[in-house]
Design a protein around this ligand. Structure first.
Ligand code: NAD
Length: 376
Protein backbone atom coordinates (compact mmCIF):
# COMPACT_ATOMS: atom_id res chain seq x y z
CA UNK A 1 0.00 0.00 0.00
CA UNK A 2 1.22 3.47 -0.88
CA UNK A 3 0.17 6.33 1.39
CA UNK A 4 0.48 9.87 0.04
CA UNK A 5 0.47 12.95 2.29
CA UNK A 6 -0.47 16.13 0.45
CA UNK A 7 0.50 19.70 1.18
CA UNK A 8 -2.52 21.70 2.32
CA UNK A 9 -3.86 24.30 -0.12
CA UNK A 10 -6.60 26.02 1.92
CA UNK A 11 -5.87 29.58 3.05
CA UNK A 12 -4.65 29.69 6.63
CA UNK A 13 -4.23 25.93 6.88
CA UNK A 14 -0.83 25.37 8.44
CA UNK A 15 -1.25 21.80 9.63
CA UNK A 16 -0.02 18.60 7.99
CA UNK A 17 -1.51 15.09 8.24
CA UNK A 18 1.72 13.26 9.11
CA UNK A 19 4.88 13.79 11.15
CA UNK A 20 8.24 12.01 10.94
CA UNK A 21 7.10 9.90 13.92
CA UNK A 22 3.93 8.69 12.20
CA UNK A 23 5.74 8.20 8.89
CA UNK A 24 8.13 5.79 10.65
CA UNK A 25 5.24 3.89 12.18
CA UNK A 26 3.30 3.70 8.91
CA UNK A 27 6.39 2.26 7.24
CA UNK A 28 6.68 -0.28 10.07
CA UNK A 29 3.15 -1.40 9.26
CA UNK A 30 4.38 -2.20 5.76
CA UNK A 31 3.26 0.90 3.84
CA UNK A 32 5.23 2.98 1.37
CA UNK A 33 4.93 6.58 2.45
CA UNK A 34 5.23 9.59 0.17
CA UNK A 35 5.10 13.22 1.26
CA UNK A 36 4.59 16.20 -1.02
CA UNK A 37 7.46 18.68 -1.08
CA UNK A 38 6.95 21.43 1.49
CA UNK A 39 3.99 19.69 3.18
CA UNK A 40 5.41 20.29 6.66
CA UNK A 41 6.86 23.76 6.13
CA UNK A 42 4.17 25.67 8.05
CA UNK A 43 4.27 23.13 10.89
CA UNK A 44 8.06 23.39 11.29
CA UNK A 45 8.74 19.99 9.75
CA UNK A 46 11.25 20.01 6.88
CA UNK A 47 11.36 17.79 3.80
CA UNK A 48 14.62 16.40 5.20
CA UNK A 49 12.86 15.43 8.44
CA UNK A 50 10.31 13.47 6.41
CA UNK A 51 12.98 11.94 4.17
CA UNK A 52 15.06 10.92 7.20
CA UNK A 53 11.98 9.15 8.57
CA UNK A 54 11.87 7.08 5.38
CA UNK A 55 9.31 8.95 3.29
CA UNK A 56 9.76 9.54 -0.40
CA UNK A 57 9.46 13.32 -0.82
CA UNK A 58 8.37 14.64 -4.20
CA UNK A 59 6.03 16.85 -6.17
CA UNK A 60 2.30 16.21 -6.28
CA UNK A 61 2.32 14.17 -9.51
CA UNK A 62 5.10 11.93 -8.20
CA UNK A 63 3.55 11.22 -4.81
CA UNK A 64 0.03 10.69 -6.18
CA UNK A 65 0.96 8.18 -8.88
CA UNK A 66 -0.69 4.90 -7.85
CA UNK A 67 -1.38 6.02 -4.27
CA UNK A 68 -3.94 3.81 -2.50
CA UNK A 69 -4.42 5.99 0.56
CA UNK A 70 -4.23 9.78 0.64
CA UNK A 71 -4.10 11.69 3.93
CA UNK A 72 -5.00 15.36 4.10
CA UNK A 73 -5.92 17.72 6.91
CA UNK A 74 -8.69 19.23 4.77
CA UNK A 75 -10.05 17.02 1.99
CA UNK A 76 -8.08 17.70 -1.22
CA UNK A 77 -9.91 18.93 -4.32
CA UNK A 78 -10.37 16.30 -7.01
CA UNK A 79 -7.75 17.77 -9.35
CA UNK A 80 -5.08 17.17 -6.71
CA UNK A 81 -5.87 13.44 -6.75
CA UNK A 82 -5.04 12.81 -10.41
CA UNK A 83 -3.07 9.60 -10.75
CA UNK A 84 -4.22 8.00 -7.50
CA UNK A 85 -5.08 4.28 -7.72
CA UNK A 86 -8.69 3.41 -8.70
CA UNK A 87 -10.90 3.44 -5.62
CA UNK A 88 -8.20 5.16 -3.55
CA UNK A 89 -9.14 6.06 0.01
CA UNK A 90 -8.92 9.68 1.00
CA UNK A 91 -8.98 10.26 4.77
CA UNK A 92 -9.33 13.90 5.82
CA UNK A 93 -11.58 16.46 7.47
CA UNK A 94 -14.38 16.94 4.92
CA UNK A 95 -17.05 19.24 6.34
CA UNK A 96 -19.36 16.66 4.69
CA UNK A 97 -22.64 18.52 5.09
CA UNK A 98 -21.24 21.75 3.71
CA UNK A 99 -19.19 20.36 0.80
CA UNK A 100 -21.66 18.47 -1.35
CA UNK A 101 -19.82 19.53 -4.52
CA UNK A 102 -16.60 17.89 -3.39
CA UNK A 103 -18.39 14.72 -2.30
CA UNK A 104 -20.17 14.46 -5.65
CA UNK A 105 -16.74 14.78 -7.32
CA UNK A 106 -15.31 12.00 -5.18
CA UNK A 107 -18.26 9.73 -5.91
CA UNK A 108 -18.03 10.36 -9.67
CA UNK A 109 -14.29 9.62 -9.59
CA UNK A 110 -14.86 6.32 -7.74
CA UNK A 111 -12.84 7.45 -4.71
CA UNK A 112 -13.54 6.32 -1.15
CA UNK A 113 -13.90 9.46 0.98
CA UNK A 114 -13.43 8.95 4.72
CA UNK A 115 -14.52 11.88 6.89
CA UNK A 116 -12.44 11.75 10.05
CA UNK A 117 -14.74 14.21 11.86
CA UNK A 118 -17.59 11.67 11.72
CA UNK A 119 -15.64 9.26 13.93
CA UNK A 120 -18.18 7.73 16.36
CA UNK A 121 -17.81 8.63 20.04
CA UNK A 122 -17.00 5.15 21.24
CA UNK A 123 -14.09 4.30 23.50
CA UNK A 124 -12.27 2.37 20.78
CA UNK A 125 -12.29 5.37 18.44
CA UNK A 126 -11.15 7.96 20.99
CA UNK A 127 -7.54 7.89 19.81
CA UNK A 128 -8.72 8.50 16.22
CA UNK A 129 -10.98 11.43 17.07
CA UNK A 130 -9.74 14.54 15.27
CA UNK A 131 -12.44 16.77 16.75
CA UNK A 132 -11.22 16.02 20.27
CA UNK A 133 -7.54 16.36 19.51
CA UNK A 134 -8.00 19.68 17.78
CA UNK A 135 -10.65 21.13 20.14
CA UNK A 136 -8.36 20.59 23.08
CA UNK A 137 -5.67 22.78 21.53
CA UNK A 138 -8.27 25.31 20.38
CA UNK A 139 -9.56 25.72 23.95
CA UNK A 140 -6.04 26.43 25.14
CA UNK A 141 -5.30 28.92 22.36
CA UNK A 142 -8.56 30.80 22.91
CA UNK A 143 -7.51 31.62 26.47
CA UNK A 144 -4.11 32.88 25.32
CA UNK A 145 -5.70 35.03 22.60
CA UNK A 146 -8.00 36.58 25.23
CA UNK A 147 -5.11 37.23 27.60
CA UNK A 148 -3.22 38.87 24.75
CA UNK A 149 -6.11 41.20 23.89
CA UNK A 150 -6.97 42.06 27.48
CA UNK A 151 -5.54 45.25 28.99
CA UNK A 152 -5.25 43.63 32.38
CA UNK A 153 -3.54 40.59 33.87
CA UNK A 154 -5.28 37.26 34.62
CA UNK A 155 -3.84 36.52 38.09
CA UNK A 156 -4.24 38.56 41.20
CA UNK A 157 -0.91 40.26 41.90
CA UNK A 158 0.14 41.89 45.15
CA UNK A 159 2.91 44.33 44.40
CA UNK A 160 4.63 47.20 46.21
CA UNK A 161 2.65 49.55 43.99
CA UNK A 162 -0.63 47.97 45.00
CA UNK A 163 -2.80 44.96 44.28
CA UNK A 164 -4.47 44.07 41.03
CA UNK A 165 -7.47 41.77 41.04
CA UNK A 166 -7.85 38.46 39.23
CA UNK A 167 -9.70 38.44 35.90
CA UNK A 168 -13.13 36.78 35.78
CA UNK A 169 -13.35 34.26 32.98
CA UNK A 170 -16.63 32.60 31.90
CA UNK A 171 -16.59 29.54 29.64
CA UNK A 172 -19.80 28.71 27.76
CA UNK A 173 -19.92 25.13 26.50
CA UNK A 174 -17.86 22.60 28.43
CA UNK A 175 -16.91 19.95 25.89
CA UNK A 176 -13.32 19.16 25.05
CA UNK A 177 -12.41 22.76 24.15
CA UNK A 178 -14.25 24.24 27.13
CA UNK A 179 -12.59 21.92 29.63
CA UNK A 180 -9.15 22.84 28.32
CA UNK A 181 -10.11 26.53 28.39
CA UNK A 182 -11.12 26.21 32.05
CA UNK A 183 -7.85 24.46 32.92
CA UNK A 184 -5.75 27.01 31.03
CA UNK A 185 -7.51 30.03 32.54
CA UNK A 186 -7.12 28.50 36.02
CA UNK A 187 -3.41 28.00 35.42
CA UNK A 188 -3.13 31.67 34.50
CA UNK A 189 -4.71 32.54 37.83
CA UNK A 190 -8.16 33.71 36.70
CA UNK A 191 -11.42 33.27 38.59
CA UNK A 192 -13.25 30.85 36.33
CA UNK A 193 -16.93 29.93 35.91
CA UNK A 194 -18.59 27.81 33.23
CA UNK A 195 -21.92 26.61 31.89
CA UNK A 196 -23.28 23.92 29.54
CA UNK A 197 -26.62 22.39 28.60
CA UNK A 198 -25.39 18.93 29.57
CA UNK A 199 -25.76 18.55 33.31
CA UNK A 200 -22.99 15.93 33.33
CA UNK A 201 -20.51 18.76 32.95
CA UNK A 202 -21.33 20.28 36.34
CA UNK A 203 -19.02 17.88 38.16
CA UNK A 204 -16.29 18.27 35.56
CA UNK A 205 -16.36 22.05 36.02
CA UNK A 206 -16.10 21.67 39.79
CA UNK A 207 -13.29 19.16 39.57
CA UNK A 208 -11.23 21.74 37.68
CA UNK A 209 -11.81 24.25 40.47
CA UNK A 210 -14.24 26.43 38.52
CA UNK A 211 -17.76 27.54 39.43
CA UNK A 212 -20.69 25.92 37.57
CA UNK A 213 -23.42 28.30 36.38
CA UNK A 214 -26.54 26.26 35.61
CA UNK A 215 -30.21 26.67 34.76
CA UNK A 216 -32.04 24.85 37.55
CA UNK A 217 -35.44 26.43 37.13
CA UNK A 218 -36.49 24.41 34.07
CA UNK A 219 -37.16 20.83 35.08
CA UNK A 220 -36.55 17.70 33.07
CA UNK A 221 -33.92 18.95 30.65
CA UNK A 222 -30.86 16.85 30.43
CA UNK A 223 -29.46 18.30 27.21
CA UNK A 224 -27.45 15.24 26.34
CA UNK A 225 -28.03 13.78 22.87
CA UNK A 226 -26.56 10.73 21.17
CA UNK A 227 -22.87 9.99 21.61
CA UNK A 228 -22.45 12.62 24.31
CA UNK A 229 -23.25 15.46 21.93
CA UNK A 230 -25.60 18.29 22.80
CA UNK A 231 -29.08 18.51 21.30
CA UNK A 232 -30.94 21.69 20.47
CA UNK A 233 -32.68 23.13 23.53
CA UNK A 234 -36.36 24.05 23.86
CA UNK A 235 -37.64 27.61 24.04
CA UNK A 236 -38.27 27.57 27.79
CA UNK A 237 -34.74 26.46 28.52
CA UNK A 238 -33.30 28.99 26.12
CA UNK A 239 -35.08 31.86 27.86
CA UNK A 240 -34.02 30.70 31.31
CA UNK A 241 -30.46 30.28 30.12
CA UNK A 242 -30.42 33.73 28.50
CA UNK A 243 -31.61 35.33 31.74
CA UNK A 244 -29.05 33.53 33.86
CA UNK A 245 -26.26 34.32 31.42
CA UNK A 246 -27.27 37.96 31.20
CA UNK A 247 -26.87 38.57 34.90
CA UNK A 248 -23.62 36.62 35.04
CA UNK A 249 -22.01 37.97 31.90
CA UNK A 250 -22.24 41.60 33.02
CA UNK A 251 -19.68 40.81 35.74
CA UNK A 252 -17.18 39.00 33.48
CA UNK A 253 -13.94 40.25 31.94
CA UNK A 254 -13.46 37.37 29.53
CA UNK A 255 -16.09 35.15 27.88
CA UNK A 256 -15.13 32.14 25.76
CA UNK A 257 -17.90 30.38 23.85
CA UNK A 258 -17.47 26.83 22.47
CA UNK A 259 -21.01 25.57 21.83
CA UNK A 260 -21.62 23.43 18.76
CA UNK A 261 -24.51 21.24 17.63
CA UNK A 262 -23.28 18.64 15.11
CA UNK A 263 -24.59 19.19 11.58
CA UNK A 264 -26.27 22.52 12.44
CA UNK A 265 -25.36 26.16 12.78
CA UNK A 266 -23.86 27.00 16.17
CA UNK A 267 -26.41 28.16 18.78
CA UNK A 268 -26.47 31.90 19.58
CA UNK A 269 -25.35 32.28 23.20
CA UNK A 270 -24.42 35.94 23.54
CA UNK A 271 -26.48 38.79 22.10
CA UNK A 272 -25.43 42.34 21.37
CA UNK A 273 -27.63 43.54 24.24
CA UNK A 274 -25.70 41.28 26.63
CA UNK A 275 -22.38 42.52 25.27
CA UNK A 276 -23.55 46.07 26.02
CA UNK A 277 -23.75 45.18 29.74
CA UNK A 278 -20.11 44.09 29.90
CA UNK A 279 -17.30 46.32 31.15
CA UNK A 280 -15.16 48.36 28.81
CA UNK A 281 -12.07 46.43 27.81
CA UNK A 282 -13.66 42.99 28.23
CA UNK A 283 -12.80 40.32 25.65
CA UNK A 284 -14.99 37.64 24.06
CA UNK A 285 -13.56 34.72 22.09
CA UNK A 286 -16.03 32.89 19.82
CA UNK A 287 -14.65 29.43 19.12
CA UNK A 288 -17.72 28.65 16.98
CA UNK A 289 -17.18 31.67 14.72
CA UNK A 290 -16.56 29.50 11.64
CA UNK A 291 -19.81 27.55 12.24
CA UNK A 292 -21.99 30.68 12.32
CA UNK A 293 -20.89 31.95 15.70
CA UNK A 294 -22.16 31.80 19.29
CA UNK A 295 -21.71 35.55 19.67
CA UNK A 296 -23.69 38.21 17.84
CA UNK A 297 -21.40 40.25 15.60
CA UNK A 298 -18.36 37.95 15.73
CA UNK A 299 -16.41 37.58 12.48
CA UNK A 300 -13.73 35.03 11.56
CA UNK A 301 -10.19 36.37 11.90
CA UNK A 302 -11.38 39.92 12.66
CA UNK A 303 -11.25 41.91 15.84
CA UNK A 304 -14.72 43.44 16.23
CA UNK A 305 -15.32 46.11 18.89
CA UNK A 306 -18.85 46.47 20.27
CA UNK A 307 -19.72 48.65 23.27
CA UNK A 308 -16.05 48.77 24.26
CA UNK A 309 -15.81 44.96 24.20
CA UNK A 310 -13.40 43.16 21.87
CA UNK A 311 -14.88 40.16 20.05
CA UNK A 312 -12.40 37.76 18.48
CA UNK A 313 -12.44 34.31 16.88
CA UNK A 314 -10.25 32.45 14.44
CA UNK A 315 -11.55 30.73 11.32
CA UNK A 316 -9.16 27.87 12.12
CA UNK A 317 -7.99 27.93 15.72
CA UNK A 318 -5.90 24.72 15.75
CA UNK A 319 -3.91 26.06 12.78
CA UNK A 320 -2.55 28.69 15.18
CA UNK A 321 -0.72 25.84 16.95
CA UNK A 322 0.40 24.10 13.78
CA UNK A 323 3.12 21.88 15.20
CA UNK A 324 1.18 20.34 18.07
CA UNK A 325 -2.06 20.27 16.10
CA UNK A 326 -0.27 18.35 13.34
CA UNK A 327 1.37 15.99 15.83
CA UNK A 328 -2.00 15.03 17.35
CA UNK A 329 -3.81 14.90 14.02
CA UNK A 330 -1.07 12.72 12.55
CA UNK A 331 -1.45 10.31 15.48
CA UNK A 332 -5.22 10.25 14.94
CA UNK A 333 -4.57 9.15 11.34
CA UNK A 334 -1.94 6.63 12.42
CA UNK A 335 -4.17 5.14 15.13
CA UNK A 336 -6.98 4.87 12.61
CA UNK A 337 -4.91 3.17 9.91
CA UNK A 338 -3.14 0.82 12.30
CA UNK A 339 -6.37 -0.24 14.03
CA UNK A 340 -7.68 -1.45 10.69
CA UNK A 341 -4.41 -2.70 9.23
CA UNK A 342 -4.75 -6.20 7.83
CA UNK A 343 -1.31 -7.79 7.74
CA UNK A 344 -2.23 -10.42 5.16
CA UNK A 345 -3.78 -7.86 2.84
CA UNK A 346 -1.04 -5.31 3.53
CA UNK A 347 -3.62 -2.54 3.73
CA UNK A 348 -6.33 -1.24 6.03
CA UNK A 349 -9.61 -3.18 5.90
CA UNK A 350 -12.47 -1.03 7.11
CA UNK A 351 -15.40 -3.32 7.64
CA UNK A 352 -17.08 -2.36 10.89
CA UNK A 353 -19.21 0.39 12.44
CA UNK A 354 -16.37 2.90 12.23
CA UNK A 355 -16.17 2.43 8.47
CA UNK A 356 -19.91 2.86 8.16
CA UNK A 357 -19.84 6.01 10.27
CA UNK A 358 -17.13 7.82 8.36
CA UNK A 359 -17.40 6.50 4.77
CA UNK A 360 -18.91 9.11 2.46
CA UNK A 361 -18.39 7.64 -1.00
CA UNK A 362 -17.45 4.24 -2.40
CA UNK A 363 -17.76 2.37 -5.69
CA UNK A 364 -18.90 5.45 -7.59
CA UNK A 365 -21.73 6.30 -5.19
CA UNK A 366 -22.49 8.38 -2.13
CA UNK A 367 -22.97 5.85 0.66
CA UNK A 368 -23.27 7.85 3.89
CA UNK A 369 -26.84 7.57 5.24
CA UNK A 370 -27.04 11.22 6.33
CA UNK A 371 -25.86 12.44 2.94
CA UNK A 372 -28.37 10.17 1.19
CA UNK A 373 -31.12 11.56 3.43
CA UNK A 374 -30.03 15.09 2.55
CA UNK A 375 -30.47 14.41 -1.20
CA UNK A 376 -28.55 16.39 -3.79
P1 NAD B 1 -19.05 19.98 20.97
O1 NAD B 1 -17.83 20.53 20.33
O2 NAD B 1 -20.05 19.30 20.11
O3 NAD B 1 -19.80 21.15 21.78
C1 NAD B 1 -19.12 21.91 22.77
C2 NAD B 1 -19.96 22.01 24.03
O4 NAD B 1 -21.00 22.97 23.85
C3 NAD B 1 -20.64 20.72 24.46
O5 NAD B 1 -20.26 20.41 25.78
C4 NAD B 1 -22.12 21.05 24.34
O6 NAD B 1 -22.90 20.36 25.31
C5 NAD B 1 -22.14 22.53 24.58
N1 NAD B 1 -23.36 23.24 24.13
C6 NAD B 1 -24.13 23.00 23.04
N2 NAD B 1 -25.17 23.86 23.00
C7 NAD B 1 -25.05 24.68 24.08
C8 NAD B 1 -25.81 25.77 24.60
N3 NAD B 1 -26.91 26.21 24.00
N4 NAD B 1 -25.37 26.35 25.76
C9 NAD B 1 -24.25 25.92 26.39
N5 NAD B 1 -23.50 24.90 25.95
C10 NAD B 1 -23.89 24.28 24.81
O7 NAD B 1 -18.67 18.99 22.17
P2 NAD B 1 -17.34 18.14 22.37
O8 NAD B 1 -16.26 18.98 22.85
O9 NAD B 1 -17.08 17.40 21.14
O10 NAD B 1 -17.70 17.14 23.56
C11 NAD B 1 -19.01 16.70 23.90
C12 NAD B 1 -18.92 15.47 24.82
O11 NAD B 1 -18.49 14.30 24.13
C13 NAD B 1 -17.96 15.61 25.97
O12 NAD B 1 -18.56 15.09 27.11
C14 NAD B 1 -16.78 14.79 25.58
O13 NAD B 1 -16.02 14.33 26.67
C15 NAD B 1 -17.44 13.67 24.84
N6 NAD B 1 -16.51 13.01 23.90
C16 NAD B 1 -16.42 11.64 23.88
C17 NAD B 1 -15.55 11.01 22.98
C18 NAD B 1 -15.41 9.50 22.93
O14 NAD B 1 -15.87 8.83 23.81
N7 NAD B 1 -14.79 8.95 21.88
C19 NAD B 1 -14.82 11.77 22.09
C20 NAD B 1 -14.94 13.15 22.11
C21 NAD B 1 -15.80 13.76 23.03
Amino acid sequence: TTIAIVKERAAGESRVAATPETVRKLIKLGAHVRVETGAGDTASITDTDFADAGAQVGDLAAIMQGANVVLGVQAPALELLQGAAPGARIAAIFDPFGRRDLINDYAAAGLEGLAMELMPRITRAQSMDVLSSQSNLAGYKAVLACADNFGRAFPMMMTAAGTITAARVFIMGVGVAGLQAIATAKRLGAQVSATDVRSATREQIQSLGAKPIFVDSVAGIEGEGSGGYATEMGEEYRLAQAELVSSHIAKQDIVITTALIPGRAAPRLVTDAQIATMKNGSVIFDLAVAQGGNVEGSQPDRLVERHGVKIIGYANTPAHLATDASALLARNFLNFLSAFWDEAAGEPVLDDEIGTAIRLTQGGRIVHPRLLEQGN
